[in-house]
Write a protein that binds this ligand. Structure first.
Ligand SMILES: C[S@@+](CC[C@H](N)C(=O)[O-])C[C@H]1O[C@@H](n2cnc3c(N)ncnc32)[C@H](O)[C@@H]1O
Length: 277
């Protein structure tokens, strides 16, 4: 999917994205900021920031002497983030519309680079994930840190499987996979602690730490459907009419009930590492 398509998909998620944030994006963002051991005065780049789930905890951690550049391609999510930080009177964070694969640090960033680059549930959306992550790592000073959250293997399975089963009745089968890796495939390469740690190490880092954040959420109808509408899972619904979407919602929720899916597994890996040149 092209970057502009992600902007459209994620702009459309805004209402539901914000609703699920306290249960889904928020805990992971806070865990990532904590594991990065952010210190007052540090300069942070948070990419694929959405409404700021990891960028806002970073801003409160680095304090008024620090700075956070929070970048994303989805303007509507960024605007939500701006409202939060304005409400909190945080002055040290800028939400900027930008592509994470081409971002160049402005002059407010020390010449040696950022102290930290982070992304929560973002890195697997970047085309050519490995080279994009390598480029982001080069924006970090020697001894600085990188940190990402990704979905742990088997998380989402009991939920996304039935969703795509129902969807396949209403949406033509997607074209066979092309040369470009999908976000799901990219995440699949780093969805265990071992695979993720080894991938982080290959970026030229040391002191790699991968922790699992367990997050098991009751699958109420409203939350389950908000999760579809508030995430990349909503992309295939874009060209369907309201009546069809309502039918998909109903059949999907019935299928989950039939299969006894009462809990949604949002298991997440939080990986951090120290950059060495
Ligand atoms: C699952 S959301 C995660 C948002 C946020 N980090 C959070 O945890 O709440 C993924 C985000 O990646 C953004 N994104 C995808 N490709 C991007 C790119 N090339 N540059 C910047 N942001 C991108 C999307 O717009 C979306 O907001």
């Amino acid at each position: 999917m092209a970057t502009s398509d992600y902007a459209d998909v994620f702009n459309a998620t805004t209402t539901a994205f914000t609703k699920v944030t306290p249960r889904v994006w928020g805990p992971a963002g806070t865990a990532l900021a904590f594991q990065l051991q952010l210190r007052p005065g540090e300069a942070v780049l948070d990419v694929c920031c959405g409404t700021g789930a990891s960028a806002i905890p970073a801003a409160t951690a680095v304090g008024p002497e620090g700075l956070v550049h929070a970048i994303d391609v989805a303007d509507d999510l960024l605007e939500e983030g701006r409202l939060i930080v304005s409400d909190w009177a945080l002055q040290n964070i800028d939400f900027v519309t930008a592509d994470a694969t081409t971002w160049e640090p402005p002059s407010s960033v020390p010449a040696a680079g950022y102290d930290v680059v982070s992304s929560s549930y973002g890195v697997f959306f970047l085309p050519h994930m490995d080279s994009a992550a390598a480029r982001l790592t080069r924006l970090v000073r020697d001894g600085g840190r990188i940190g990402f959250t990704v979905w742990r293997e088997h998380s989402l399975e009991g939920f996304a499987g039935p969703y795509f089963e129902v969807l396949s009745k209403y949406v033509p089968a997607p074209p066979p996979p092309g040369p470009m890796e999908s976000p799901r495939e990219a995440n699949g390469r780093i969805d265990t602690a071992d695979k993720f740690a080894s991938w982080l190490g290959d970026l030229g880092t040391e002191s790699v730490v991968v922790n699992e954040l367990s997050n098991l959420l009751p699958a109420t109808d409203d939350f389950t459907w908000d999760l579809v509408l508030g995430s990349g899972l909503r992309a295939p619904l874009a060209r369907l009419d309201e009546a069809t979407i309502a039918r998909i919602r109903q059949e999907f929720l019935e299928l989950l009930a039939e299969r006894g899916v009462h809990t949604l597994d949002m298991g997440t890996l939080v990986g951090t590492a120290v950059v060495r040149r």
